[in-house]
Design a protein around this ligand. Sequence first.
Ligand SMILES: NC(=O)c1ccc[n+]([C@@H]2O[C@H](COP(=O)([O-])OP(=O)(O)OC[C@H]3O[C@@H](n4cnc5c(N)ncnc54)[C@H](O)[C@@H]3O)[C@@H](O)[C@H]2O)c1
Length: 452
Amino acid sequence: MSDRYASFVQTGAGRALVKRLGLPDPPRLRRHTPGDPLVPGPVLLGSSTGGRLAEPVGKILTAAGIELPDPAAATGATSRFAALVYDATGITDSTELRQLYDFFHPHARALLPCGRVIVLGTPPAEGDSPREATAQRALEGLTRSIGKEFGRGVTAQLAYVTRNGDAGTPVSLESTLRFLLSGRSAYVSGQVIRVGTGTATAPADWDRPLDGQVVLVTGAARGIGAALARVLARDGARVVALDIPAAGDELAAVANEVGGSAVQLDLTAADAPTRLAEHLARRHGRVDVVVHNAGITRDRTLGRMDADRWDSVIDVNLSSQERINDVLLERDLIPAGGRIVSVSSIAGIAGNRGQTNYATSKAGVIGLVDSLAPVLRERGISLNAVAPGFIETRLTARIPLMIREAGRRMNSMAQGGLPVDVAETIGWLSWPATGAVSGNIIRVCGQSLLGA
Ligand SMILES: NC(=O)c1ccc[n+]([C@@H]2O[C@H](COP(=O)([O-])OP(=O)(O)OC[C@H]3O[C@@H](n4cnc5c(N)ncnc54)[C@H](O)[C@@H]3O)[C@@H](O)[C@H]2O)c1
């Protein structure tokens, strides 16, 4: 569904009105198209004294063909950058936070529209002293504020990179840097991403990071699931698209479009996990990536909610994911290097009036990631979730107009996200190259104010 206001402000009359009345000004976001350069301009890479990541990051960015001007020479008023990347791992005391100001202040207005700010830190829990942990934790305040302050589609993120995984980190750090710099992360801002240890394999071609991977997408007939099928197939995956039999025609159309296969199955049926496992074993012998996207809402305030509404939402959105994971893992159908990505929601973080059932199920998905990711790490399988905010789909089209408008504008991008934004984020978490990112909940919400 279309955001008419966002289209209007791109017109001459719209621009004038926005300026005169101080109305929200949703920028046109930079989204990924295959073949695009990673960034549309030079990247300024800075480092705190003794930072351990600037050097490997410099090598990664140079090898990716990105121009890296010398920070000392790049202070002129005419310099314009596509991204500011700062290695803050050398900051071990709050008195050294001043180095952040010294780097960002002169360049705060030097970013191109839809520019990127990426700060790299050490997980506070790995700090050698309480002072180091304190200073590293402080980085969150900087990045979240920059996300809210810079506007014009600029995103800002903090990546905490483990110090224990230095030997194996570069590939996973590269996949995360590529995601954050590119148009794939257009609607992701204000996030804290943890890059840990884990096996990661670089693709032969970064434009096809899922080449040859067998990927299951549930709820693939429409909305975010259909966008997922398209994005993952575009990136090289063989897509197994699943949805309920009643959505069979739409599902077949999506599967045909992406050259994948269709499975008509109600995930809540008692035999769904075994039927699915048998199908995957017979057709592919394995499944490299499982994306639990299918979800429903059955909204009512708690006092007016019948038990069916409660039960069906918990079963589709949470319990069925657990049952399917159990059977696929028991039968060893997800190999080492496999990925599971679940779809949560900011309702699961912030709660929402009329959605006690939905928010419970989506908070449960976060619990699933917290509890199962450490167990799966031992098998070389990563597990993460995305938490979408306001995404333009049939689900959100049903929200009453005024609440829908508030949902769209109450974020740093002043607009709703598109299904493709969620799909691109899940895609990155699914890549073989992203093995060291596990146990993360990544919000795809344009830095929504809800639950922030
Ligand atoms: N649209 C948003 O703004 C938003 C925000 C936060 C989270 N989400 C989550 O994103 C996911 C996709 O949402 P969407 O907006 O594309 O919704 P949608 O309703 O357009 O699509 C959901 C799909 O899941 C399928 N499905 C439902 N029950 C199923 C079952 N028992 N077995 C198999 N398939 C089943 C549906 O048939 C449908 O095709 C959901 O988990 C939703 O909760 C969406």
